[in-house]
Design a protein around this ligand. Sequence first.
Ligand SMILES: O=C(O)CCC(=O)C(=O)O
Length: 352
Amino acid sequence: MKAESILEQAHREGSGLENLLKLRKSLRVCDMGILMGAPVMDDVLPRMAVKLQQMVTERDKTGVRKEHPTNSRTTTVKKQRTTSQIRPVLSSTKLIQRVFCPSIAVFQSEFMERAEPVILTGVIDRWPAMTSRKWSLEYLASVAGDRTVPIEIGSKYTEDDWTQKLMTLRDFISSFVQPSEVDEAKDRRVGYLAQHQLFNQIPELQNDIMIPDYCCVKTSPPPKKMTSDYNTADTDDDEEIDINAWFGPAGTISPLHHDPKHNCLAQVVGEKFVRLYSEEETDKLYPHEGFLLNNTSRVDVENPDLEQFPGFSSAKYQEGILRAGDLLYIPPRCWHYVRSLTSSFSVSFWWQ
Ligand SMILES: O=C(O)CCC(=O)C(=O)O
């Protein structure tokens, strides 16, 4: 109701700056409803938000935004560039195997049933996000620049000063993904749009990707004991595929952790370094104690404190670089550590 009433006020303002500001305000209210509330009125908010974003983009094209001084920094999104980051040196004996587009039957018997990670190639390369509607920063800003999204701020979620903020996607891009030289010189903190169900919020972007067929394959359920450590909220609905977006600059880190579901992690833009440890190595990975972080290791994978965590040095692992077009299968309860080497957009599909 609030979004609707602000939209009516926008219509009364004609087509100038006030109108644009009201449209943006109405859009923000929609997003707050989507992010904070349950779906209402036949899930009207995502549809209304798409329309509002189109209206705002239309106004921007007609030049109204130039009248808005606080937005002058964000009117144009600069060309995407790759930040150089320390590239890990990978051992050729530990590389995650790469397989070109296996059949469903092979995927099920060789990888799912054996809990064997694999990088699948030739699976997602024809997604519109990688071809006709390539997910450049310009494209993302034009489709969803005014949408409010949650951003994790801080190098990793295990750090004390880690926090979350709501901001528009355009502000996230200009401040964190592609900061100006002035911002960069300030040594800003890392921002990460991480594990967010962006595609429920912005259905337009969902049209640019496809659920890989592999994500519909089932295995026999694990023994009860193995799932009992997880929050039941994650495990009740075994039919659903959770699709999450992971979008950020070079240098985002997802600390070593594991999840209860099968996961296909699609690398749409940029590159990521991934290190994987099987469930059997858990004792050497020193998980946090307590309920909230017991799926997360206390070890800093790329800079381990071996006096505190001596067993870590003998933990067996596999690793690899995910490149745009790769699809990484991570079995349930397989430990994974992920660091982006360039600005990057990945999409994860979790299923039971
Ligand atoms: O890409 C990342 O930063 C982490 C992805 C991840 O942890 C997942 O898909 O479960």
